[in-house]
Design a protein around this ligand. Sequence first.
Ligand code: ATP
Ligand code: MG
Length: 731
Amino acid sequence: DRDRAPDYLSGLNPEQRLAVETLDGPVLVLAGAGTGKTRVLTTRIAHIMATGRAYPSQILAVTFTNKAAREMKERIGVLVGGAVEGMPWLGTFHSIGVKLLRRHAELAGIRSDFTILDTDDVTRLIKQILQAESIDDKRWPAKQFAQLIDGWKNKGLTPADIPEGDARAFGNGKGRELYAAYQARLRTLNACDFGDLLLHPIAIFRKHPDLLREYHGRFRYILVDEYQDTNTAQYMWLRLLAQRPSPAKGEPRTADNTVNICCVGDDDQSIYGWRGAEVDNILRFDKDFPGATVIKLERNYRSTAHILATAGHLIAHNEGRLGKTLFTDRHDPEDQKVQVHAAWDSEEEARAVGEEIEQLQRDKHLLNNMAILVRASFQMREFEDRFVTLGLNYRVIGGPRFYERMEIRDAMAYFRLVCQDADDLAFERIVNTPKRGLGDTTIRLLHDYARARDIPMLAAAADIIETDEVKAKARKSLFDVVTMVRRWQGLLENTPHTELAEIILEESGYTDMWKVDKTAEAPGRLENLKELVRSMEAFESMRGFLEHVSLVMDAEQNENLDAVNIMTLHSAKGLEFETVFLPGWEEGLFPHQRSLDEGGRSGLEEERRLAYVGLTRAKRRCHLWFVSNRRIHGLWQSTIPSRFIEELPVDHVEVAEMEQSYGGYGRGGYGQSRFDKQEPFQNTYATPGWKRAQANKTDATRDNWGNRSGVAIDRIGYGESGPKARTIEGE
Ligand code: ATP
Ligand code: MG
């Protein structure tokens, strides 16, 4: 009865409402961008609670980022009219995985206070293993092996599952043994990598069906956002939890034996294939969960008709897709077409974007509602520099993270060791930082001693100082380290943790090390250390803080400030902004050179989906940019506009007029030919107008713009735009 429906349902369209109200049995919502998939999930959770179907603690909800999880919690609170008390199982795959593992760590052969290693730690650990096995790490780089293992883990493969052929791919055919040795080392260190946060729970559930049954009883409703980007391990994990036993013959389906899983996603937004995501998971949903209700949403509530048409036209160039209809009721003649701008180089691009933003600001638009979405994170710096000059506030989301800075990592290593003294990687990081005259030989000796006895290195150090295996000076240094760490451990329980942090940084000599350092960065590093201690205040304990850091690397600078958002396209998934700027639409950058090198169409199609994600983040205004010269590491590269620009629909796109100094090409050059005469951009690249513009540049610039194509760019090293280090979330 519609009239008596609760408020939170009344705003939904019929399909959305069906998705919210179909509470029994599997449900898949497969729909394009901005059609309200996330809103359906949020409302569904509110509905489950409001109708008393389950307690908040009985709902397992997976989001792609921690930020999305927080937002979802807030939204639910608004819908049910009051703060949501405890939804402990709302989070990313990794944050839920870590929670499960803390509870049952002993079943995986580790203790519940295990450390979560980041990419750097993992690489260092692998280096040690390769060294121990005398494998030449020039031929078989540790980093490469780290990636290989990560790939295996994304596929849900343990060492025993690695096929023979694959195993031979690394380390003289020893890939599988090395992987096993790595897992054994992790166990000794009482540590996990990111992949383990899912793989351990999977193994535990498989080995302990009774425990799995307990969770079947607990998780009455399972909900997953961005399902198109789940990888095989995540999928296995979900299936284990979702496939509750079917009712015995003749028995009715009840709340206890129904599979109540609801996944939402969009095959056109699958952008993590390079990291093992399997879009097939979404395509075979109704095979895995028989009797699934599949719901399509076709009305887009986010974007203007121009933006929607532009994105739709672009993505239609992909072959491997299901194809969907998207429409909007919104037809406002005031709506702006998608704006395409050309700039001479990235500096001009940043300057022009800055001007556009200032104009919007003068028209009373909030900076919070604007975003710059880049393909590769190196593109950010130019904007950051420009915004600092202009005094425009900005925040980098998911960007170079505070916690990844060297001094922060050093300090954290001290804290880690104090909280968990089996953390050898932390021990190794700080034992000679600041310098204490401990050479490689001593470290190696400690290392071997520890391994031979299967004890942590800190304990080995404590042992060794009783012997005369090391020289007097080293012995004194080790004695100091052991004594200090033990003393701090003794303070752990009864000293306020921020105070303890200060004590550690002082007594270790770490702060002093930067105080006497004369390099330009030292003052900044000291500032950062202060900021680190400050940031700990928000936590109850040092352990809680460490957990937070390993989980949440979602940079949230200036949360409360009105600021422009800067992030990669990959981390923009699921978000929306009034105005979106998409710089760097050039061949070799976007589509990224690597996807072109692959040759096949799958890499290129993933790039196109990324472009689709970018365009569909915009609600009202969308600006694309391309430059004709890009400077990387001080070298100029000539570039040509992205093929994606050619694939945009003429009717919904407008070439913006350039008022800048190099106006010659802005209008007369490419503008007319592509959108007025319907010729591809590449042709106009060689028009006299374009050339003239180039000739006007200074000598310094001209020296370097040889006639290279965009192809040259990648050799100088574009980074992947996805998160550099693996963070616990979509990264
Ligand atoms: P994406 O694929 O980008 O993740 P989505 O399908 O998850 O998009 P949402 O973010 O849930 O889409 O919704 C897009 C926007 O449309 C949001 O601002 C949301 O509040 C709004 N919206 C969704 N459904 C409705 C509705 N029935 N009435 C009004 N606004 C709606
Ligand atoms: Mg969404």
